[in-house]
Design a protein around this ligand. Sequence first.
Ligand code: MRU
Length: 346
Amino acid sequence: MSSSPNKLNVHALIWQDQQLAVLDQRQLPEQVHYDFFTTAAEVAEAIKTMRVRGAPAIGIAAAYAVALSVQQHYSPQNTEWQKQVNADITLLAASRPTAVNLFWALSVMQETLLLIEHSPVDEMINKALEIHQQDIAANKKMGELGADILADAQGLLTHCNAGALATGGYGTALGVIRSAQQRQVREIFAGETRPWLQGARLTVWELAEDNIPVTLIADSAAAMLMKSGKIDWIIVGADRIAANGDVANKIGTYSLAVLARHHGVKMMVVAPVSTIDFAMENGCQIEIEQRAASEFLPDCYVQAGSLVDAWNPVFDVTPAELISVIVTERGVVFNPFEKGVRELKK
Ligand code: MRU
């Protein structure tokens, strides 16, 4: 079912009337359109098809989806309900492979399921709401910690969309940019982020909605922009951070990190602790999602027997040695290459 929820501010996800309202990010910036979902299968499809995207937002959507599943299947008479919920969790886990927040949120919901005391539906909904609220609080904390580090920086370049649209609200990389802008005006640049154009369609829209001026660049203009001396920091989010500090993020992040090192620009990664995969020793083990060639291959080549194919990995891994600082809500790690991020584990 589709319509607009009765809120003025734009949010990627809204829990409303026992349903999950999902902003269809494929239609931005032209349309602000929400779909209302009542089953986990619908939410899994929304994640797969990028209606909702961005690591923390994917995790939060999955948490709400598990609550929807309990709402759909639980009744005191249904002895199979937990089995049915676990089948939905398996379906959700197969929606996208790289963002670890998805698996983190599913395991938190699965643990909650095992500890239910009286009211399964309410307890699961409350847990999903708590995950959502905690993400917003983490973003605000990271915003302040990141802004402290930026001090007198004048020019910032971000990649993809790591804003309110990609999280519970406020954003990770864009959260730092928001907090930094409140202290002092800087010049913000956003890379368009081929092939899906998260920068051109989402980041510039989100910043403009917040009255923050931004300049869009073609991804291929980044080297020249850095050479001009206008950029002090590159600020990005992450989909998965390995224990040694290697960072998987949107394709093109690694290129920016290499360019940054050459031009003496610093590189900041902003992500909640739920994005750290402490069990993964280094970035080589991170599964990189490959999406359909048709996402950017001209239609005339998308056919059997065509001589033209496309290679479409949608994330890459930036080695820790190219990262100046990782900012989390639990603290910041400068030069993660030296000791990884293990100290952030509770
Ligand atoms: O394919 P997407 O749009 O889900 O990729 C999003 C990113 O790579 C973001 O930078 C990352 O998830 C961090 S969002 C706070």
